[in-house]
Design a protein around this ligand. Structure first.
Ligand SMILES: Cc1cc2nc3c(=O)[nH]c(=O)nc-3n(C[C@H](O)[C@H](O)[C@H](O)COP(=O)(O)OP(=O)(O)OC[C@H]3O[C@@H](n4cnc5c(N)ncnc54)[C@H](O)[C@@H]3O)c2cc1C
Length: 211
């Protein structure tokens, strides 16, 4: 943003989120929109931690924020992780602060103050290798959620610039889970992404079984 303002001129008014407390939190069930990606550590669920660690280079992660990645970028490596966590977004309007879901956050490009979710039992995330100059590499996130809600397994995939997510009832057998997902958008992904989904689901279910 700053580079753009230096080039195109500064707005009359701007608000920095840097010192807004909600925007700077890092916890097991919350992450602030102004948090730099290199500060997203193992305090948050593994899927989100791995997603942030895999963005760009160290220099990018020292400058880019959670909100800039999810709302402002086209790559959105953090989005599949936020989707499997079923995260809610706390957003800042000119006269109010309220909670909404991720689809509204993205459709309306609200200012993200923070993400909140219920801590999952197990989560995982993998970013595949990309080709130089090619499309963004697939990323896959999976989570096993428990608690008051029915036990379920959520999977999200970035394929190209599109992100797909599904949820299915928990089953300890990866083949049953994959069978349940076969009829969804995830079943129509390219083979390389489907293989990554299989590996990620198998890994998450194995870790659930280990307790
Ligand atoms: C070399 C390079 C490599 C990269 N590699 C990857 C990658 O591998 N994966 C990936 O996902 N991303 C990648 N990115 C994008 C990066 O993660 C950031 O998303 C991007 O740089 C935006 O950074 P920023 O947070 O400083 O946002 P800014 O530059 O400050 O803002 C960018 C846009 O986001 C909006 N925005 C910023 N904060 C918020 C907020 N809290 N709520 C709502 N909107 C907001 C701004 O209004 C603006 O429109 C890369 C970027 C670079 C430069």
């Amino acid at each position: 943003m700053w580079a753009g303002w230096q080039r195109d001129g500064f707005p009359e008014q701007a608000v920095s989120l840097r010192n807004v407390p909600e925007a700077g939190t890092v916890g097991p069930e919350e992450l602030g929109g102004a948090v730099l990606l290199n500060r997203v550590d193992a305090t948050v669920p593994e899927a989100l931690h791995r997603a942030a660690s895999g963005v760009g280079t160290g220099a990018v992660r020292r400058a880019a924020t959670v909100g800039g990645n999810i709302v402002g970028s086209t790559l959105r490596c953090l989005l599949p992780a936020a989707l499997v966590l079923d995260a809610r977004a706390t957003v800042l309007e000119s006269d109010s602060v309220y909670d909404t879901d991720l689809s509204e956050l993205l459709a309306k490009r609200h200012v993200l103050l923070a993400l909140r979710w219920r801590a999952p039992l197990v989560s995982g995330y993998r970013k595949l290798e990309g080709e130089a100059g090619g499309p963004p590499p697939p990323v896959v996130a999976a989570v096993h959620a428990d608690g008051d809600s029915p036990r379920d397994l959520r999977v999200a995939v970035r394929d190209g610039y599109e992100v797909f997510s599904e949820r299915t009832p928990y089953d300890p057998d990866p083949e049953q889970v994959l069978h349940a997902l076969a009829g969804t958008d995830l079943g129509a992904l390219p083979a390389v992404a489907r293989d990554a989904v299989r590996a990620q689901i198998t890994d998450v279910l194995a870790r659930v079984a280990e307790g």
